[in-house]
Structure formats: C-alpha cells, structure tokens
Write a protein that binds this ligand. Structure first.
Ligand SMILES: C[C@@](CO)(OP(=O)(O)O)[C@H](O)COP(=O)(O)OP(=O)(O)OC[C@H]1O[C@@H](n2ccc(N)nc2=O)[C@H](O)[C@@H]1O
Ligand SMILES: Nc1ncnc2c1ncn2[C@@H]1O[C@H](COP(=O)(O)OP(=O)(O)O)[C@@H](O)[C@H]1O
Length: 289
C-alpha cells in the first residue's frame, strides 16, 4: 500500500470482508438474462482494508497495487465513489488507499465488498447521511452482491441477491482453498449446461436440508484445480464451493482442527483459515467513526 501515515485527516482501516455462499441455488432466469437465486451469505473475518482522505476538489484518486491488473475505470471502488458523488451531487472528492488481501474472481466477493465499504465510508466522511437502503440501491447497480455487504448482516437472499432476510447460521471456522484459477461469473452464468431450475423452497426447509452450490459441478468439470481442491478438502470436513468459484471451503467446529488440516495442505494449493461472522466488521467500524 502506498504510504499515507503522514496525514492525520485520513480515516483509516475500513474493513471490506469476504463472504461465503453457504448454499447457492439457481431457481430461474429473468427476461434481462440475470439469474434468480436462493443463497445464504455469511461474512468471514478475512478482509481488504481501505483508507480515505476526503478532498475539496472533486477528483477521486485510488492508490493500490490493483491498478496493475484492473483498469482504473473498471475499479469498483472508483465506480462506487463516483456513483455516490453523482447521486448526492457532491462537490468534493477523495483519495483512497486499498490494501488488497482477498483473492480476485474467487467467489469471495472482494470487489463488491470494496465497493460497499467505499459507499458506507464516503457517505459518512462526506456527511451525506444517505440511508443504508439508498446506498444498497446505488450499490446494486455495481454488482449483485453489493447490497449484502452494505447491510452488514448474514442473510438469506433471493432475487438476484438483493432481497435480503437476516439469518444467523452457525459461525464455523472455515478452511478456504484458493485454487490457482480465475473463474468469470459472467462465463458461468452464460454456460448452457448450468442448472437453472432448482425448485424454490421455503427458508425453513432450506436451512434444514444439506447445503449445495448449483455452480459447483460445472466449475469443477471445467477447472481441475477446483475439483482437486474439493476432493482433498472433503476428506477433512463437509465442503463446497462459494459463489461461482473458484474458492472452496470446509467447515470446522474448532479453529485448531481447521488449522491442523491447513498444515496438511499440499504445497501445490493455497489456503487460509477464517471465522464465519454473522455481523460484518464494517458495522463495528462504522459505529467507531
Ligand atoms: C452469483 C454470485 C453469488 O454470490 O457469484 P460470485 O460473483 O460471488 O461468485 C453473485 O451474486 C454474482 O454477483 P456479482 O459478482 O456482483 O455479479 P455481477 O457483477 O452483478 O454480474 C456479473 C455477470 O454475471 C451474470 N449474473 C450475475 C448475477 C446473477 N444473479 N445472474 C447473472 O446472470 C450477469 O451476466 C452479469 O453480467
Ligand atoms: N476493487 C476491486 N477488487 C477486486 N476486483 C475488482 C475490483 N474492482 C473491479 N474488480 C473486477 O471484478 C472482478 C471480480 O472480483 P471479485 O469480487 O474479487 O470476485 P468474485 O465476484 O468472484 O467474488 C475481478 O476479476 C476484477 O476484474
């Protein structure tokens, strides 16, 4: 991260946590091509971190290693800041520093989470006072996963992921494996072999049945790295894929058991242990600001 420690006007350490889709069902497809989902989101305590310096001039400047791989105009942080600026007709701008810890394109929602943290932090620092519902509405235009990160609570989601109902699944420890492959969400949703007609079920039924991910079979078939990670992990714990992949996670009651499994991970695979959180660390950070 570019150094920014000299300036005391900087508001630091805003977390952008990752999420897991504890289950993911595709129940249909809308006329605009977007898929209707039933999914259960839970946060984990693995985060990107952002720092913000509000400025009087209107430019938005991002300092991040990410600029080497994502063009500035495509960066969801910049898009979020500009959308907010535009919606609120706000004259000032910001310098933003990103410490990127979350793998990209892994189904952990890092880009959406960065966007959500940007909306929440700048709403506060620019003193706009927009309600969360409005921020979620602005965020939804940037990505289907942004609203859950704005709301900050584990949630059962329907629609394309924007109709949210708070739920409190067990906060397990997860061993997350990050296969060395980038899976494009768009490519998975465009694949004709993706199952799209899982019956819609009541939440109480969904919470009781065993949890699965409708994208997993297709992604594992296309990407042996994902299939290998799953076959290794399932020997240690109930395991599945998050989102449209590529990351897979196994759930453990004890942190130590998860760490013991991580210690056995073959050198060819990367992973980490994280705790499930039903409240996003962003909620806590906002209350401290
Ligand atoms: C399916 C999930 C589950 O969490 O996958 P992950 O991205 O987390 O892996 C997400 O809702 C994804 O959300 P997000 O990554 O924000 O997707 P977006 O940028 O909105 O959409 C990327 C592309 O995927 C397709 N798309 C996305 C979401 C959806 N419900 N139906 C779709 O068909 C669309 O073609 C869209 O152009
Ligand atoms: N701030 C950002 N962080 C991560 N990815 C970003 C960001 N801005 C734009 N992107 C783009 O969004 C894509 C999806 O990112 P990410 O949210 O990490 O994956 P996923 O949706 O699979 O969880 C990336 O491959 C990248 O091209």
């Amino acid at each position: 991260m570019t150094t920014n420690s000299q300036n005391s006007a900087i508001s630091t350490h805003w977390p952008a946590p990752a999420k897991l889709n504890l289950f993911l069902h595709i129940t249909g497809q809308r006329a605009d091509g977007y898929h209707e989902l039933q999914t259960l989101f839970q946060f984990i305590d693995r985060c990107d971190y952002l720092d913000f310096l509000p400025t009087e001039n209107s430019s938005i400047k991002i300092h991040s290693e990410l600029s080497k791989v994502v063009a500035e105009k495509d960066n969801l942080i910049l898009k979020a800041a500009k959308s907010l600026q535009e919606y609120a007709n706000y004259d000032g701008g910001a310098e933003i520093w990103l410490q990127k810890n979350l793998p990209m394109g892994g189904g952990l929602g890092g880009g959406s989470s960065d966007a959500a943290t940007t909306l929440i932090a700048l709403n506060k620092l620019w003193k706009l006072d927009l309600p969360l519902e409005k921020l979620a509405e602005i965020g939804l235009k940037l990505g289907a996963d942004v609203p859950v990160f704005i709301n900050g609570f584990s949630a059962f989601a329907e629609g394309v992921g924007e109709q949210l109902l708070p739920v409190e699944p067990t906060e397990y420890y997860y061993l997350v494996i990050v296969p060395d492959v980038h899976v494009s969400t768009q490519a998975i949703f465009q694949n004709p072999h993706l199952p799209r007609n899982t019956p819609k079920l009541e939440l109480t039924t969904l919470m009781q049945k065993s949890w699965t991910n409708d994208c997993q079979k297709l992604v594992a078939e296309k990407h042996p790295q994902v299939a290998n990670a799953l076959s290794w992990l399932v020997e240690y714990a109930p395991s599945r894929m998050t989102g449209t992949g590529a990351c897979v996670f196994g759930e453990f009651k004890q942190q130590q058991t998860a760490l013991d499994a991580l210690a056995q991970l073959p050198d060819s695979m990367q992973g980490f242990v994280a705790k499930g959180l039903n409240q996003s660390p962003l909620v806590t950070r906002l209350s401290q600001s």
